[in-house]
Write a protein that binds this ligand. Structure first.
Ligand code: ADX
Length: 204
């Protein structure tokens, strides 16, 4: 029967500690944070990672800029202050997923080094993996899947990352992916390999 024996201590502290949940899941709770320009391929690679993890029996969940910005973060725009708040909320939500024993895949431009470092510190460096999708601006702009670069160049979108707002290259990415590293599926596999090498896909 479920819950037949409940230690008294569970009624007074956190009911299940993160370690208990990880044991249940069979792997670590962690955050894989993809940073890079708009159109760099962050979300596509995160989808590949999501699929690979699911097929390997690991629980993962994706949070991406476009989806959070229509809900939780719909009050926020693209000023430096709003981007910082956007990413602070990303980090808080991702941290909860990690506590729940899930491998949380965050995909957001996250253009500031300081904000990425704050996310790493808040979530915990032992369970935070920064993936830099280092697709050059010229490539992102030539793809222009959403037509945003063209509009930004025409002055229709202010503060556009890479055009009229900064993107600070990460100082210390755990994984760096460039176009010559292959297609999104190969890149996804590289990320999964990095997670395995860090011991995040099993409980020790
Ligand atoms: S972040 O800078 O705060 O991390 P986030 O990843 O949530 O950005 O959102 C980026 C997405 O919003 C882009 O992929 C693009 O579709 C859209 N967008 C709209 N306006 C802008 C802008 N001024 N700069 C960058 N992206 C924008």
């Amino acid at each position: 029967m479920v819950g037949a024996v409940i230690p008294d201590s569970d009624l007074h502290g956190p009911t299940l500690r993160a370690a208990d949940r990880e044991r249940l899941a069979g792997h670590r709770g962690a955050v894989v944070w993809f940073t890079g320009l708009s159109g760099s391929g962050k979300t596509t690679i995160a989808r590949a990672v999501d699929r690979l993890l699911l097929d390997a029996g690991r629980r993962s969940y994706m949070l991406d800029g476009d989806s959070l910005r229509t809900g939780l973060n719909r009050d926020l725009g693209f000023s430096p202050r709003d981007r910082e708040e956007n990413l602070r909320r990303f980090a808080e939500v991702a941290r909860l997923f990690a506590d729940a024993g899930v491998l949380c895949l965050v995909s957001a431009i996250s253009p500031y080094e300081a904000t990425r470092q704050e996310a790493r510190a808040r979530i915990g460096p032992e369970r935070f993996v920064l993936v830099h999708v280092a697709t050059p601006l010229s490539v992102c702009e030539s793809r222009d899947a959403k037509g945003l670069y063209r509009r930004a160049r025409a002055g229709e979108i202010p503060d556009f990352t890479g055009v009229s707002a900064p993107y600070e290259e990460p100082d210390a990415a755990d994984v760096t992916l460039a176009p010559q590293d292959g297609d999104p599926k190969h890149m996804g596999q590289r990320v999964v390999d990095a997670l395995a090498a860090r011991g995040l896909l099993d409980v020790g």
